[in-house]
Ligand binder design. Structure first.
Ligand SMILES: *Cc1c(COP(=O)(O)O)cnc(C)c1O
Length: 354
């Protein structure tokens, strides 16, 4: 048994994906070919936003978004401590300071109550400019955007939705990728919508942001790519990956149903043994991971292993515990919920062909 079975998915979509790849090989437009534009249109339509700008990976999607929001040295950017490293890394990469926030003990997403406390603290200290919130749709469940957007408005902060794991999720019918000022996702193969390499995308309703993003991803281009009007980067999605994603996106709604069926079955079988994942009323998870809490995690994982069932730990190290962020001077007492999660969470196999 595999933790994520990508081969089973390829077998199912083989004829269609092979044909798409063949088309690209024959037309030869390997960079920014017609499939890239077609995919961007389809993605924007699926998510329900005006603009989708694809890029090289989910980390670049965050960096490009932060360039657009002019996040820089002296800025405080709030993000959950219980997340994948890239969420906080990209803040530090802009030379801004990541200010970590504890997790909600039911959803494991950023806790709005602690978020507001951290914002107040930065304001009281008066050393940094509170600039933005990066919320993460952890394990596929959208963060509490109604509350996050209320707080952002109160303190005049921008919101970035890191939907690397959240693509396909919803709150009251509004899809992940449409929250905040800018949203990002990743097409890393293991994500809910993955390609066969690295890939990413950015979503926004803001025309000005969309224009800037298209410039930043191609060396800060102006009218053409040899007219460079700002400092950008090289972060495009390969045409081949776009071609693969076109077929994968067409299949995605069916796959999402299969994931949610698998999760329902897990819930029914496991709810008496563990704390199973909590999905608030009106929310839809894309089930990027199916994550449980066990007091004796090592023993539990060993039992599954003995039966040939792989398990993984996402995440065993919070951002405040990372060596790279040691100088920020946090301790586990600052984040009791997240620190507990890092010690007790583990995930079971989850994919649409389970
Ligand atoms: C995977 C992931 C990223 C980074 O995506 P890449 O495509 O691997 O660069 C960022 N944030 C979160 C929450 C992720 O899970």
């Amino acid at each position: 048994m595999q933790f994520i079975d990508l081969q089973a998915q390829y077998k199912h979509l083989k004829t269609k994906i092979n044909a798409r790849i063949q088309t690209v090989l024959e037309h030869g437009k390997y960079i920014m070919g017609p499939e890239v534009q077609e995919l961007e249109q389809n993605l924007a339509e699926y998510v329900g936003v005006k603009h989708c700008i694809t890029c090289a990976n989910g980390t670049d999607a965050l960096t490009l978004s932060m360039m657009v929001l002019d996040i820089k040295e002296g800025d405080a950017v709030f993000c959950p401590t219980f997340t994948f490293f890239a969420t906080a890394e990209t803040i530090a990469y802009q030379k801004a300071t990541p200010v970590f926030v504890d997790s909600d003990d039911e959803t494991f997403n950023i806790c709005p109550v602690h978020l507001e406390k951290q914002i107040e603290k930065v304001i009281a200290e008066g050393k940094m400019t509170p600039k933005a919130i990066v919320a993460v749709d952890l394990f596929g469940l959208p963060a509490n955007y109604p509350e996050i957007e209320r707080i952002a408005e109160k303190y005049d902060l921008k919101v970035i939705e890191d939907a690397a794991q959240g693509f396909g999720g919803e709150i009251n019918g509004k899809r992940a990728g449409s929250f905040g000022d800018i949203a990002t996702t990743s097409f890393f193969p293991a994500k809910p919508l993955g390609c066969y390499g690295d890939g990413g995308a950015i979503f926004t309703d803001n025309d000005e942001y969309a224009e800037l993003l298209k410039s930043y991803r191609v060396h800060g281009k102006g009218q053409d790519k040899y007219d460079n009007i700002r400092i950008g980067m090289n972060s495009r999605l390969d045409t081949l990956q776009a071609a693969i994603l076109l077929e994968k996106l067409a299949e995605f709604p069916t796959e999402l149903l299969a994931r949610s069926k698998a999760a329902a079955k897990y819930n029914a079988e496991l709810c008496e043994t563990y704390q199973t994942p909590f999905v608030p009323e009106g929310y839809v998870s894309s089930w990027a991971q199916y994550t449980l809490i066990a007091e004796n995690r090592d023993e539990e994982m060993a039992k599954y292993k003995a039966q040939g069932i792989p398990t993984m730990i996402y995440y065993g190290t919070c951002m405040h515990q990372q060596t790279a962020f040691k100088e920020l001077g946090y301790s586990d007492e600052n984040f009791p919920v997240a620190s507990h999660l890092a010690k007790h969470v583990f995930s079971l196999p989850m994919h649409p062909y389970l």
